[in-house]
Design a binder for this molecule. Structure first.
Ligand code: GDP
Ligand code: MG
Length: 439
């Protein structure tokens, strides 16, 4: 997938003390291929590459960074920007109800997304009304009613013999009369964009004057999703896009192109058929998900202000050679504590987010204290050569630190794992360039 491809690209930057323009060009050639392969619109790719190159070439490489890190940082920021920069929130009417009109092709996920959105709004203590305005698809009304029942949200319907415009109009009135603060209108789709569909949507639009026109598109359809978005947008002036079925085998291209092509932000994504599988779309999270790096770069940014530069340099050398000891570990913990709550930080370190999810690694500030106690109970020799900590030493350390042998075992295991991840990561990043400009 895209993530693997990109990681591969950055992996190739290893072993370079200084990044030349040619290196940037090489890396960007690969990034370009990776994006095209992921079905990102080619114009978008072209612009993206140009921007990244402009920013990367000649950029100062600060102490304790590598040129590879600088490039990843730029790619990350540009990907985020490409997807809209920051989260685009759902509009809210000055005077309720807020009217949301769901549009899109048949099978894109309009009806299920309507239900999911209603559920999300309910969680925010809102009182949404669902309006069944798809009178064409067999059982579409029933489908919405079933969803409504599951979440205990009322569904307004006039059957399938009344025009969708009339249903939408009366639905809105019903919402006003019954103090609903949101109205979600589920409209019909066709297999292809056609004039009849657009004419009907226009009519509904002009009668209910929606605060949001959300286009629902299926991420699995790749470039097609973007074409559909472009087409709908010229016809209806969309306010946002919902990208569905991101749980499936999608190459991610649609997520990257939609905003750039249509100017219309992705507001939500859906990740499954269940009713809680809807999430607000966060460009920066999607970008780091695509890059597969957690939020490593923001950690580096944060660390820059807080961590002693000399110590960081030393630590990096140790990470690279895997001569990292429990003494370094203690020191690192001290440095890390300056940065903020530990569980947030763990998410930012590559590999750690995943480690945290495994049930035996739950780190909070209290647990940090126990970990420290264990390390303090080691002899100097043990701290420097963790390999020598055998069973009887573990017993002694546990007794000395007021913990259990199981806890000591766990820490040593985690320490080994951490060393392994650090080694891998620093190998990938390559040696750092000291204040070398990437020329
Ligand atoms: P509509 O024709 O646009 O109203 O589409 P529907 O809401 O009826 O959805 C079409 C199909 O896609 C249904 O089987 C949904 O369960 C399925 N679907 C919708 N969203 C998702 C999603 O995020 N993931 C998966 N796997 N399936 C989805
Ligand atoms: Mg439907």
């Amino acid at each position: 997938g895209l993530t693997a491809r990109l990681q591969n690209v950055f992996g190739k930057l290893r072993g370079k003390g200084k990044v030349s323009e040619e290196d940037v060009n090489d890396a960007m050639r690969e990034v370009r291929l990776a994006l095209l392969e992921a079905d990102v619109n080619f114009k978008v790719v072209k612009q993206f590459i140009t921007k990244v190159k402009e920013k990367a070439v000649g950029k100062e490489v600060m102490d304790s960074f590598t040129p590879g890190m600088v490039i990843i940082d730029i790619v990350n920021k540009e990907l985020t920007e490409l997807m809209g920069g920051s989260q685009s929130k759902l509009a809210k009417a000055n005077k309720p109800p807020t009217v949301i009109m769901m549009v899109g092709l048949q099978g894109a996920g309009k009806t299920t997304t309507s239900g999911k959105l209603a559920k999300l709004l309910q969680k925010q203590n809102a009182k949404p009304l669902l309006v069944a305005a798809d009178i064409y698809r067999p059982a579409a009304i029933k489908q919405l009613q079933v969803l409504g029942e599951q979440i205990n949200a009322p569904v307004f319907t006039l059957g399938d013999q009344t025009s969708p415009v009339e249903i939408a109009k009366q639905g809105l009135q019903h919402a006003k009369d019954n103090n609903h603060d949101y109205v979600i209108i589920d409209t019909a789709g066709r297999l292809h964009v056609d004039e009849e569909l657009m004419a009907e949507l226009h009519q509904i639009h002009s009668h209910v004057n929606p605060d949001e026109v959300l286009l629902v598109v299926d991420a699995m359809t790749g470039q097609d999703a973007v074409n559909v978005a472009e087409h709908f947008n010229t016809q209806l002036s969309l306010s946002g896009v919902v990208l569905t079925k991101l749980d499936g085998d999608t190459r991610g291209g649609a997520a990257l192109s939609v905003k750039a092509v249509t100017g219309c932000p992705i507001k939500f994504i859906t990740l499954g058929e269940k009713l809680d599988a809807l999430e607000p779309f966060h460009p920066e999270r999607m970008s780091s998900r695509i890059l597969g790096m957690g939020d490593m770069l923001s950690l580096i940014e944060k660390a820059q202000f807080n961590i002693d530069a000399e110590k960081a340099k030393e630590m990096e050398q140790k990470m690279r050679t895997a001569s990292f000891t429990f003494e370094d570990f203690l020191e690192q913990m001290d440095q890390i504590k300056k940065l903020g709550p530990i569980d947030q930080l763990m998410d930012m370190i590559p590999g750690m987010g995943k480690m945290k999810q495994t049930k035996d690694l739950k780190v909070d500030d209290k647990q940090m204290g126990r970990i420290e106690a264990i390390v303090f109970s080691m002899t100097k020799e043990e701290k420097q050569n963790p390999e020598i900590i055998n069973q009887s030493r573990r017993k002694r350390i546990a007794a000395g630190s007021g913990t259990t042998v199981a806890e000591v075992n766990r820490l040593i295991k985690q320490f080994d794992e951490m060393r392994r991840v650090m080694k891998q990561f620093s190998d990938m990043m390559g040696p750092k360039g000291n204040k070398k400009a990437m020329k």
